[in-house]
Design a protein around this ligand. Structure first.
Ligand SMILES: [Cu+2]
Length: 279
């Protein structure tokens, strides 16, 4: 191509690019879902005191030495943090009665993180960690209870995430795809009830089985036969939320640790535990 024609070609290309860029500037930007990060330590949550209602991405980073999760729940109308603290002193079931469970990032090993997307209505919410230390005392009794205000706001224009799979939680099991592909994906998690349910995800250590996990919970000794890689905290009946995953190949289990009020047993003991493979 002669030099002059090349210059004209480049000039034309630059003008075309300029028009494209100008066009982009004139188009309203696609609204992204607002994001917050919650940092868990032993034993506190570092999180914003207030967020806007609507879709929100919530990432939990476990910066502690112990397992942590961030259960997000809305106080029933008319209930206060003082009511909740009094109920927590009575026990888990008393506290559950005061709350609407909207999910949250589930159990993580130290150093790991989990993102979920929730659709929050305005109200008084609380972050809770129900996990107990080796001394048997739940983290929520050691400081891991934090109020968070969700305030009404105009439409952000953000759209709900596109789900690659739908998971149903029910008494007592998981409806989910048998085969899961490795990599980034978003699952919509819905609780069909009638009880409260969650989806904790463990990645089995190489060579370990679901029986090894059961044996470990019967009498914990030595390193756990799994890594706690997150999942979705408890959802009240009819609620749904999105779990943002980047899964490595391997053998996993999904389980629910919510207690059955009648028997006091964890749902996992009643059958709400399911192996799945990521390839
Ligand atoms: Cu359950």
């Amino acid at each position: 191509m002669p030099q002059q024609r090349l210059n004209i070609f480049l000039l034309t290309a630059l003008i075309a690019l300029g028009l494209v860029l100008a066009g982009c500037g004139a188009t309203p930007a696609v609204a992204t879902i607002p994001q917050i990060v919650i940092k868990a330590t032993d034993y506190a949550f570092d999180a914003p005191a207030q967020v806007n209602a609507g879709l929100i991405s919530v990432r939990l980073e476990n910066n502690g030495q112990e397992l942590h999760h961030a259960q997000i729940a809305r106080l029933q109308d008319g209930k206060t943090m003082a009511d909740l603290q009094a109920a927590l002193a009575q026990g888990e079931q008393a506290a559950i009665a005061l709350l609407e469970f909207v999910g949250g990032p589930s159990v993580l090993d130290p150093g790991k993180s989990q993102e979920v997307v929730l659709d929050l209505k305005a109200g008084n919410y609380v972050l809770l960690c129900f996990i107990a230390s080796a001394d048997g005392v739940p983290h929520l009794a050691k400081g891991m209870v934090k109020p968070i205000q969700v305030v009404a706001a105009g439409q952000s224009g953000a759209q709900a995430p596109r789900a690659d799979a739908s998971i149903i939680l029910k008494d007592f099991g998981f409806e989910m795809p048998a085969g899961v592909k490795a990599g980034k994906q978003t699952w919509e998690i819905k609780n069909a009830g009638p009880q409260l349910h969650e989806m904790v995800i463990f990645k089995l250590a190489p060579g370990k089985t679901m029986d090894d996990v059961g044996a470990f919970f019967q009498s914990p000794a030595g390193p756990p036969p799994f890594e706690a890689v997150g999942g979705m905290q408890a959802l009240s009946v009819g609620k749904s939320a999105w779990l943002v995953l980047d899964l490595q190949p391997g053998n996993y289990i999904a389980l629910c640790n919510v207690p059955d009020p009648a028997s006091g047993k964890a749902h996992a003991e009643l059958g709400m535990i399911m192996p799945f493979t990521v390839k």
